[in-house]
Design a protein around this ligand. Structure first.
Ligand SMILES: NC(=O)c1ccc[n+]([C@@H]2O[C@H](COP(=O)([O-])OP(=O)(O)OC[C@H]3O[C@@H](n4cnc5c(N)ncnc54)[C@H](O)[C@@H]3O)[C@@H](O)[C@H]2O)c1
Length: 474
């Protein structure tokens, strides 16, 4: 009798659950946009390029390193280097002189347009402040060039759509360089996911945690070393509240979950803490350096933002963004499924309640190292190791594979839909934070093609892999 009562109780709850399910509120859709796919850029292979002639726009901290990295890849020819600051251009050109002899562009806000308008460039690289990424990408594609942009692809929902539409109309690639996708640990985890090691995926986590505030030396301005808060980056943190930099943490998880080719994001919610450190720090640093005085008392964004995404197949993704509290850095965090979990930061995996031993984990890393990582390692070995004193200067698997795909006429590992999806999280999270964690719909940039698109990111290196690395002269 007791069993029957228990059963009826449970059955009653299930019934109630169904009623709640049917009456569920729809996510808000504050950025409606009518889009008809003109051409599917997913899986698109542009005509082969034997040489990849590059123009660089923005050669500050990241961009100057990228010039040096790309100079280490076979087939790359550096034709133009552009930056608002003439000294930045001069320094970079000096570094690669002999191996490459690019033209210099500098001195005005829109001189970058002249680089886009040249007719002897195949690929434009962009590492300017964020608000220029979409305008430069759009002009470049319209002028018949592929694009390799730093994060983000765009800063607003509307701009994401414009970049997608331009790529479809011009059939030019727009690649957003989220290097975490090719990092050793995430490439291994992706391979494990694809081999079914974790069963059906349920949940993933990724972060951009990078303390840029606590260390006082980061606020000391000097021409060469003021890498922490250039004015544009500091300003991005005023009046905008959300996850401002989701791509590094999200990219690997999105690829593991086949987002845009098998699953898609349905909706997200986002909540930010208050600001406990930026305002007080600005007050302190302004006492020593009057440059910071205008920033005192401004509304800085909350220190820690947490965004939760739900996918169409019912998976969840948690993203955190924090650049202003003292905690160790983190990007791709974890992936979990019906059979187990992989925690990249803890460097651990489990198939039950117990973590595997360090030995077992290490052997998994070896066993599941994908071919793309193995081939890249061989290429590095063949030139006697990677050169470059800063990490930004050391060529990565992502750079190498991008050029390799262009030279072999292969689809790129990340396409314009990935860049748009991973970037649109920012404006959507801002909306959600402003609405006390309101639920917001995520646009489907593939316009339904996610249901039939073939899986992206060829980690088995079924095609290509033929491009070598070179050592720059000098
Ligand atoms: N993928 C990564 O791991 C990674 C790492 C660091 C930075 N980034 C990204 O790289 C980009 C640049 O960041 P950064 O740290 O190098 O900043 P930065 O301030 O050092 O460099 C930006 C450069 O753009 C130049 N610039 C500004 N306006 C310009 C214009 N109108 N025309 C031409 N040049 C102009 C500036 O003079 C500066 O040299 C950002 O999008 C950032 O998010 C990516």
């Amino acid at each position: 009798m007791k069993n029957r009562r228990e059963f009826l109780k449970i059955a009653g709850l299930a019934g109630a659950g169904m009623v709640v399910g049917q009456g569920q509120a729809q996510p808000a859709d504050p950025f409606p946009y009518v889009h008809k796919q003109q051409f599917n850029m997913h899986g698109y292979a542009a005509p082969k390029l034997d040489r990849v002639r590059m123009g660089f726009i923005g050669v500050g901290s990241r961009g100057s390193g990228t010039v040096r990295r790309m100079a280490n890849i076979e087939g790359v020819e550096i034709k133009a280097v552009c930056d608002l600051i003439p000294g930045n251009v001069k320094k970079v050109i000096e570094d690669i002189k002999g191996a490459h002899n690019p033209d210099a562009y500098s001195g005005s806000e829109d001189i970058w347009k002249e680089v886009c308008d040249r007719d002897d460039i195949d690929l434009i690289y962009i590492a300017t402040p964020w608000d220029l990424h979409a305008p430069i990408s759009i002009r470049s594609m319209e002028r018949d060039k592929h694009v390799y942009t730093e994060l983000p692809l765009a800063t607003t929902v509307e701009e994401c759509w414009q970049v997608v539409e331009t790529s479809e109309r011009t059939r030019k690639h727009c690649f957003m360089g989220s290097g975490s996708c090719h990092d050793g640990m995430s490439a291994v985890a992706l391979n494990m996911v694809r081999q079914g090691f974790f069963g059906d995926l349920i949940h993933g986590e990724g972060n951009y945690v990078h303390d840029r505030v606590s260390d006082p030396s980061r606020w000391e301005r000097d021409e060469d070393n003021w890498y922490s808060y250039r004015p544009w980056r500091l300003k991005e943190n005023v009046g905008r509240n959300g996850n401002l930099y989701p791509q590094h943490g999200l990219g690997p998880v999105a690829q593991m979950m086949d987002l845009n080719y098998g699953d898609k994001m349905d909706y997200l919610v986002s909540v930010s803490s208050a600001d406990f450190t930026m305002g007080p720090t600005l007050k302190e640093v302004a006492k020593k350096d009057s440059y910071f005085e205008p920033f005192v008392g401004l509304p800085f964004r909350g220190n820690i933002n947490t965004t939760i995404i739900r996918t169409h197949l019912g998976r969840t993704i948690m993203l955190q963004h924090d650049i202003s509290t003292p905690r160790p850095g983190s990007r791709f965090q974890l992936i979990s499924g019906t059979k187990g979990i992989f925690d990249a930061r803890a460097r651990q995996a489990a198939l039950s309640e117990e973590w595997l031993s360090d030995e077992e984990f290490k052997s998994l890393l070896e066993k599941f190292k994908p071919q793309i990582s193995k081939t890249f390692e061989e290429k590095v070995k063949a030139v006697g190791g990677i050169s470059g004193s800063r990490s930004y200067e050391r060529v990565t698997a992502m750079d190498w594979r991008l050029i390799d795909c262009l030279r072999n006429g292969l689809p790129l590992e990340m396409d314009v839909y990935d860049g748009a999806l991973w970037s649109v999280v920012t404006p959507l999270s801002e909306w959600s934070v402003a609405h006390q964690g309101g639920t917001v719909r995520v646009p489907d940039f593939t316009a339904g093609a996610w249901k039939t698109n073939k899986r992206g990111m060829d980690i088995s290196l079924e095609q290509g892999g033929t491009t070598n690395l070179v050592r720059p002269k000098g």
